[in-house]
Design a binder for this molecule. Structure first.
Ligand code: HEM
Ligand SMILES: CC(C)=CCC/C(C)=C/CC/C(C)=C/COP(=O)(O)OP(=O)(O)O
Length: 311
């Protein structure tokens, strides 16, 4: 049998290369936040149609956006150690294959959302896709060190998408969740960028640690973390979530503050990556607390035991 070469990957390897294009772990967290948005929109379990097709449509659109990011960033990705193994950088996939894959996912996601969910969700999801693939990747990323602050809006939209998939309309609670992810993005990313600054410098990407230095970036991480902790109080202050969520948000926020303060004078180089890893656990746990609170408090509201949250 002919020996398998790099240019002729086996089907399983091919599958892995295509999977890699979809940034599976990032997209998993995005979809998790969207699903939480769906559950928060109604008492109990959301209607199965919105739940299933909403999830599929949002997943495919995010995966499409991620694949476009690989396509547009192929030159940069080749230059950075963290991304040099990516399918386009190694030549395991051609730009044509990636374009076809990204387009197919994007078109099918829109068909699923328009035909099986609702037009508002399709429109907002399309906004997220264009916001990440075109506005952030093709323009902002190369243009300004505030790239990820502005571009973060695309990644922050999933809870809104989940909410609209179920209700067909926007709601202040969903917008608060979007705001939380929006403010979470800078400490999430800049922690990693501090550690990977040489990569970005080599690829001439104007990330904050490259343009303004590490110390300046550390202070920005702390500033956004303080802002994040304040913003995460909003759901309880406005009556959409209860004390279970508040307790979780305060404890998780205290953890994040500890990491951000320690980052000002870190014990070693690797500490920035600990902050980055914590940011991911933080967001996942924060959204899990929102759901736990919703399920624990909603029955009590029905019984008239606690204050009725605003609707
Ligand atoms: C503009 C906004 C964002 C930027 C610039 C950004 C940047 C990054 C970068 C550079 C990585 C490392 C990826 C790798 O090494 O493969 C990463 C990882 C990650 N990001 Fe973000 N991110 C953003 C928004 C988000 C959002 C909105 C979420 C989810 C809600 C998210 C979830 C994750 C997760 C789960 C990982 C870990 C992936 C892994 O373990 O491979 N990110 N992010
Ligand atoms: C429809 C919808 C909700 C779209 C959201 C799209 C999406 C996948 C957002 C994630 C944000 C992200 C991983 C940014 C990193 O890009 P980067 O280019 O800075 O990172 P890289 O160097 O690892 O490629």
């Amino acid at each position: 049998m002919a020996k398998q070469t790099k240019s002729q990957p086996m089907p399983l390897n091919m599958f892995r290369e295509y999977l890699e294009l979809t940034k599976p772990r990032v997209v998993a967290l995005l979809v998790f936040c969207a699903i939480i948005g769906m559950f928060l929109a109604v008492p109990g379990i959301p209607p199965w149609r919105a739940l299933v097709f909403g999830t599929i449509g949002i997943w495919m659109a995010s995966a499409s956006a991620a694949a476009f990011n690989h396509l547009i960033d192929q030159r940069i990705d080749k230059l950075m150690a963290r991304t040099a193994h990516r399918p386009l950088a190694t030549g395991h996939l051609t730009p044509r294959q990636v374009l076809l894959f990204a387009l197919s996912l994007g078109v099918v996601s829109m068909l699923v959302l328009v035909l099986l969910v609702n037009a508002l969700t399709a429109l907002l999801t399309f906004g997220g896709l264009i916001g990440y693939a075109v506005v952030y990747t093709a323009y902002l990323k190369r243009a300004t060190p505030q790239n990820i602050v502005i571009g973060g809006l695309a990644g922050a939209i999933p809870p809104v998408l989940g909410w609209t998939a179920v209700t067909g309309s926007l709601h202040p609670f969903a917008l608060q969740l979007c705001l939380i992810i929006f403010v979470w993005t800078p400490p999430h990313f800049w922690a990693l960028a501090i550690f990977r600054r040489d990569d970005y410098s080599r690829a001439q990407v104007p990330m904050l640690p490259v343009t303004h230095g590490v110390v300046y970036t550390r202070w920005h991480v702390l500033f956004y973390t303080i802002l994040l902790v304040l913003v995460t109080l909003l759901p309880t202050l406005t009556g959409y979530s209860g004390l279970v969520y508040l307790g979780g948000a305060v404890v998780l926020g205290a953890g994040f503050l500890y990491y951000a303060v320690r980052l000002l004078n870190p014990p070693d180089e690797l500490f920035a990556m600990k902050v980055f890893n914590y940011s991911i656990v933080y967001l996942m746990a924060l959204f899990a607390f929102l759901l736990a609170d919703h399920w624990l408090v909603a029955p009590m509201v029905q019984q008239g035991w606690v204050f009725q949250p605003a609707t």
